[in-house]
Ligand binder design. Structure first.
Ligand SMILES: [Zn+2]
Length: 502
């Protein structure tokens, strides 16, 4: 056996990264421009690349690396960076290798069936068409948890931990309880004493090419590097990073809903900013992508909510928007614009929710997932439970599965434990903003439209690390504290009190 070194490890990681990049490119193309008839060929390509990837990540060479550097004396031969990479490599290896190959492949097939059943159930608007496959997916995941579980307190903790290292049911219960109460209080106050804003001007027609021209220019002012990205049309918007010099974003458009495009593209550009600004020393390694979805989401939400819903920002940005679309906004005052922009109302659909009600959508999914994995909740009962919770938390009840339990694809793809990251992203974003305010005159900078210092702060404290730190580490070093939901609640309380003239 030839001697194993840091270079051997890096070479294996690079091969994994290159295969992932090829898969990502094929996946991006599938969702943006692939001819419809090409689906079978693309599935064949994807499945080939995935099997190659698995062979590199868990094959003989990977086993040797794992065995060799798994010994502390050999681990010490690596540089500090390479040691961190090995630990990540090892945990991925253990996760992938602890599932018997046949069971892993069966799960992949089930997930593919799950997505087909989900699509069919949506077409028929009938949850029961999808419930049997969902039950099998959950059963398979419960089995995986038995393979993965080490010292986690409950089965659902195992899943949480995979998306957000260190996160537990115990912590989340406390965070979400605080949020639930806080949001309910704010909403009650707005209902009792608030002045409802008029948001009708948000439905005025703005041609898609005009929307595109404005947002493309605006996100560059927010820091997105146009030389390292592009903007394409899709159905469910996403950011696809191939590497730090190629972080593509997508959106959907409606001539009568420009807010969707503005906030949606700000959001995806925030993901793109993260990807474009990771330190080059992590090229071709697993640290070049966001393991911690919550931190990634905190950066997209920083653009969308912390900046895109800030009155100070619109003080400088609204005149630009008005100049770009005089026919739609020429007669609207800044104050009027901002109040309409911030109007809050409960929705049935998570992705259409405003920032105040959004966490409630996540809390509902969290409570259901927790009941599925920790209390063996029967899958047939999910739809009713879903509807009951929407009524209790948001005051709206779905009258169809389409606007209820069938709205998200995550469970159909076998993804459980992922949703909480979305809500944590909101909380992290608010905490980053308040830490930034201690160091920078954020209010003045936003009012002046000078975003460069805010961009530099995020590069220094968040983006450069990629996935080399855990969310808890990034938060602690950037803000000096562990997660405090109170910053998010305080910000929302202040913003809505202003908008609703309390
Ligand atoms: Zn996002």
């Amino acid at each position: 056996m030839t001697a194993l070194t840091g270079q051997t490890l890096r070479a294996n990681l690079k091969e994994q990264a290159l295969l992932e990049e090829a898969m990502a490119l094929a996946g991006w193309d599938q969702l943006t421009g692939m001819p419809q008839a090409s689906g079978d060929f693309r599935a064949e390509l994807q499945s080939y690349l995935a099997s190659r990837y698995l062979a590199v990540a868990t094959g003989e060479a990977a086993q040797e690396l794992n065995k060799y550097f798994g010994q502390p004396t050999h681990l010490a031969e690596l540089s500090t960076d390479d040691q961190a990479l090995f630990k990540r490599f090892q945990s991925d290896y253990v996760r992938d290798a602890s599932i018997p190959k046949a069971e892993y492949e069966a799960f992949q097939r089930l997930a593919s069936q799950g997505q087909d059943a989900w699509t069919a159930a949506r077409q028929a608007d009938d949850y029961q068409l999808y419930a049997p496959v969902l039950a099998k997916l959950i059963q398979a995941k419960r089995q995986f948890i038995r393979y993965w579980r080490k010292d986690e307190a409950t089965p659902y903790d195992v899943l949480l931990n995979q998306f957000e290292p260190g996160l537990t049911v115990d912590k989340l219960d406390r965070i979400f309880d605080q949020l639930k109460t806080g949001i309910a209080d704010i909403r009650q106050q707005l209902k009792d004493d608030g002045v409802e804003p008029d948001a009708s001007f948000l439905q005025r027609t703005v041609a898609v090419d005009k929307q595109r021209a404005y947002v493309w220019e605006a996100i560059q002012r927010l820091g997105y590097d146009a030389q390292k990205g592009r903007l394409d049309d899709t159905i469910h918007p996403f950011m696809q990073d191939l590497n730090r010099n190629d972080a593509r974003i997508t959106t959907r458009w409606s001539p009568n809903d420009y807010q969707m495009a503005i906030l949606g593209v700000y959001h995806e550009a925030g993901h793109g900013l993260f990807a474009q600004n990771i330190d080059s020393k992590w090229d071709y390694t697993p640290f070049n992508k966001g393991i911690a979805m919550s931190i990634h989401e905190s950066q997209s939400l920083f653009n969308e909510v912390m900046i895109g819903r800030s009155k100070d920002f619109w003080t400088s940005e609204f005149p630009r928007l008005q100049a770009a679309w005089p026919a739609a906004l020429g007669d609207i005052e800044l104050e009027q614009f901002y109040r309409g922009w911030m109007k809050t109302a409960p929705t049935l659909i998570r992705t259409e929710a405003d920032p105040l009600t959004y966490p409630l959508h996540i809390i509902i999914r969290y409570e259901i997932e927790k009941a599925l994995f920790n209390d063996d909740l029967p899958v047939a009962d999910l739809e009713k439970l879903w509807n009951d919770k929407y009524e209790a938390y948001l005051g709206v009840r779905p009258d169809s599965a389409l606007t209820g339990i069938l709205q998200d694809i995550h469970w159909a793809s076998g993804d459980f434990g992922y949703f909480p990251s979305y809500a944590l992203g909101h909380l992290y974003a608010a905490q980053f903003l308040q830490a930034m305010e201690k160091e920078l005159p954020v209010k003045d900078l936003l009012q002046a439209g000078n975003l460069a210092p805010l961009i530099a702060w995020r590069r220094e404290h968040v983006w450069q690390y990629g996935a080399s730190k855990t969310p808890a580490e990034i938060l602690q070093t950037a803000t000096g504290e562990s997660l405090q939901p109170s910053y998010w609640l305080k910000l929302q309380t202040e913003r809505y009190a202003d908008v609703y003239q309390l």
